[in-house]
Design a binder for this molecule. Structure first.
Ligand code: SAH
Length: 532
C-alpha cells in the first residue's frame, strides 16, 4: 500500500532509541518519481546540445532563474538568439565530463543519442542529476507537465507513459484553475501577518484560511474585484467586523450537455454553499458541487408541479442573508425565459451582492447539435427567440413571428405545437416552411423531428416526443439534413418511410388548410427532399 509505511512484510523497519527508520518499499509500491520543486535561481545548469530542443529546455531553465550553459560545436538559430539576448552562454565545443564541475543539473538534449547517454553516465558518476530528452530510462529526473499560474504551479506526470494523456490532463487543469489563482496566493501571502496578529492560535488561523478560500473575499479576488476584497479584508481583520456577507450568482447551466458549462459556472458550482437548481439539470452538473453543499431543487418538475417563483426568490434571499454563497443554477441562460431578471431584481432591491453568468440557451445549443444554422447568408438574416406560452393566456404577436427571412426558435411550444403552426401559416408562412422540433437537445436523449411546418405537430405526436423541446421554423432548418452530426442514444425520431408518409399527409393537410391546392408535384417532391 503506497504511503502505509511498515505495513508490508518486505519493508525494512526498525525502531532504535525513539527513531523509526523506514527502509525501501517493495518495488511495485514505490512511486516512479518523487515530485519536488527545485530552486534553481542563479544555479549553474548545463545543456548538452544547442539545437531547437536544447533551446526550448534552456528557456524552461531560464524561467526558473538558472544560469544556463549550452555545449555543442555548432549552435542553432534559437540558441544564437538566446545568446545574443545575453540569457545563456554557448560553449562551442564537444561535451567533456570536466564540464560537469559545479553544475546543479544537466539536460542532455542533443540529437545524438549516444552522446546524450554518455553525458548521462558521466553526470551520474559526478553526482549531478541528468535528464535525457525522450530517453526516460537514462533519466535521473524528468520534467513534469506544468500549469503555471505563478506563484501557483501545478506539476504532474504520467511517468512518461502517456504524453497525450498528460496534454489532456493539462487542458482540464487549465480549465478548472481560475486564471487569477496566482494573484489570490500573492494576496494571501501579503495578509498573512495581519491574520497572525488577529488570531492567536494555529487552529484559529487554519479555520480562518479554510473559510477564506471558500468565501466571498477570495471570490472577489478571483473575479478581479481587488478593491472590494481589500475593503472586506480590512473590515474582517482590523475592525473585527465579520465580512462574511453572503452572495448570489445567477448561473446558466446550458441546455443539458455538461460540456457546455462555462468555466465561471463550474467554479461557482464547485464553491457554492447552497445550490438552488432547476429540477431538470443533468446529474453530472450537480455532481460538481462540494460534498457539504446544500442542494435544493426548485422550479418546474417534469410532470408540471412547480415551486412558485416567490418561494424560490425567498429561499435565495434567505440563504444569501445568512452569509452563504448561493448558486442559483438554471437551465440554458438565466436571462432567456429563465426568470433571472426577476431574481436579480429581488437581490438588487434587498441590497445583496450578486453576479450573473450567461449560459448556452436552448435555441443556440439545440440548433448547433441538430445542425440548424440560425442565420445563413441569403437565407436567414435574423433569429427570433420567442415562446408560445405567455402569461395570462396572452397570445404571441404571430405576425412578427411569421415574418419570412428569419429563423424562429419557439420555446415551451410542445403543448401548443398544432396551434402555433396554424397561427404561423395563417400569418403568412408557407405551409411547407421547414420546421424541426428538438427535444432534450444536446443530451444523449436528443431527438430531432423534421417536417414541413404544416405537418410538424403530427410528426412530433407520432414520434412520441416529450419535453423539454423547442420548435425551429425557417428555411435554414432544411440544412439539418446535411449538417446533422450529433447522435445521442435515442433512435431516430421517425423511421424514414413513416417520416415520408407523415410528410405526404402533412402536404395534403397543408393544401386543404391553406387552399394551395395546386402545388406542382415536383416542387412538393423537392421540398420534401429538402425538408427531410
Ligand atoms: N432559460 C432556458 C429556457 C427555459 S424555458 C434557456 O435559455 O434555454 C424552458 C424551455 O426551454 C423548454 O420548454 C424548452 O422549450 C426549452 N429547452 C430547455 N432545455 C432544452 C433542451 N435540452 N432541449 C430542447 N429544449 C429545451
Amino acid at each position: 500500500m503506497p504511503g502505509c509505511y511498515g505495513g508490508s512484510p518486505n519493508s525494512y523497519f526498525s525502531g532504535v532509541g525513539g527513531f523509526v527508520t523506514v527502509g525501501p518499499q517493495p518495488l511495485d509500491t514505490v512511486m516512479d518519481y518523487l515530485p519536488v520543486f527545485v530552486d534553481l535561481k542563479n544555479a549553474p545548469c548545463l545543456i548538452v546540445g544547442a539545437g531547437s530542443v536544447a533551446a526550448r529546455k534552456a528557456g524552461l531553465l531560464l524561467r526558473a532563474g538558472a544560469r544556463v550553459t549550452l555545449v555543442a560545436p555548432d549552435a542553432g538559430e534559437e540558441t544564437v538568439a538566446l545568446q545574443e539576448a545575453g540569457s545563456i552562454r554557448h560553449v562551442a565545443a564537444n561535451f567533456s565530463p570536466s564540464m560537469l564541475d559545479g553544475q546543479r543539473l544537466v539536460i542532455a538534449a542533443s540529437n545524438d543519442q549516444a552522446l546524450n547517454r554518455q553525458a548521462a553516465a558521466a553526470a551520474r558518476q559526478a553526482g549531478v542529476w541528468c535528464n535525457v530528452v525522450d530517453d526516460r530510462e537514462h533519466c535521473d529526473f524528468i520534467l513534469p507537465a506544468i500549469v503555471d499560474r505563478d506563484p501557483v504551479v501545478v506539476a504532474f506526470s504520467t511517468g512518461g507513459r502517456a504524453p497525450v494523456l498528460a496534454q489532456w490532463l493539462k487542458s482540464r487543469l487549465e480549465a478548472s484553475l481560475p486564471a487569477r489563482i496566482g494573484a489570490l496566493a500573492e494576496r494571501a501571502a501579503r495578509w498573512r501577518h495581519l491574520v497572525k496578529k488577529r488570531f492567536a492560535t494555529l487552529a484559529e488561523r487554519r479555520r480562518f484560511w479554510q473559510r477564506f478560500f471558500d468565501g466571498p473575499i477570495a471570490a472577489d479576488l478571483l473575479a478581479g474585484r481587488t478593491q472590494q476584497a481589500e475593503r472586506a479584508m480590512r473590515r474582517e481583520l482590523l475592525d473585527g467586523r465579520s465580512a462574511v456577507t453572503g452572495r448570489a450568482a445567477i448561473v446558466g447551466a446550458g441546455p443539458g450537455d455538461p460540456g457546455l458549462l462555462t468555466l465561471r459556472a463550474q467554479q461557482l458550482i464547485r464553491t457554492a454553499d447552497v445550490i438552488l437548481h432547476d429540477r431538470l439539470l443533468s446529474p453530472e452538473v450537480l455532481d460538481m458541487a462540494r460534498k457539504e453543499a446544500l442542494l435544493i431543487p426548485v422550479g418546474k418538475e417534469g410532470g408540471g408541479r412547480s415551486t412558485p417563483q416567490e418561494t424560490t426568490t425567498a429561499l435565495l434571499l434567505r440563504h444569501v442573508r445568512a452569509g452563504r454563497s448561493v448558486c442559483r443554477l438554471k437551465g440554458g441562460d438565466p436571462f432567456v425565459f429563465g426568470r433571472g431578471g426577476e431574481e436579480a431584481a429581488a437581490l438588487a432591491a434587498a441590497g445583496l451582492p450578486f453576479e450573473i453568468v450567461p449560459g448556452v440557451s436552448a435555441a443556440l445549443g439545440c440548433a448547433a447539435y441538430a445542425g440548424i444554422p440560425l442565420t445563413l447568408r441569403g437565407v436567414s438574416a435574423s433569429v427570433t427567440l420567442a415562446t408560445a406560452s405567455l402569461q395570462d393566456d396572452d397570445e404571441p404577436d404571430w405576425a412578427v413571428l411569421a415574418r419570412p427571412g428569419q429563423t424562429l426558435a419557439l420555446y415551451m411550444s410542445l403543448h401548443r405545437l398544432q396551434q402555433s403552426a396554424r397561427e404561423l401559416i395563417r400569418h403568412g408562412l408557407r405551409p411547407l416552411t421547414p420546421a424541426a422540433v428538438v427535444a432534450s437537445g444536446t443530451t444523449m436523449e436528443q431527438q430531432v423531428v423534421t417536417a414541413p411546418l404544416a405537418g410538424i405537430a403530427k410528426a412530433v405526436a407520432e414520434a412520441g416526443v416529450s419535453s423539454p423541446a423547442i420548435l425551429f421554423v425557417g428555411d435554414t432548418v432544411a440544412e439539418a439534413q446535411r449538417l446533422h452530426w450529433f447522435t445521442g442514444n435515442a433512435r431516430p425520431a421517425v423511421a424514414n418511410d413513416r417520416q415520408a408518409a407523415a410528410t405526404r399527409r402533412a402536404v395534403a393537410f397543408a393544401r386543404r388548410a391553406t387552399g394551395h391546392a395546386a402545388l406542382p408535384a415536383d416542387i412538393v417532391a423537392s421540398r420534401h427532399a429538402e425538408v427531410l
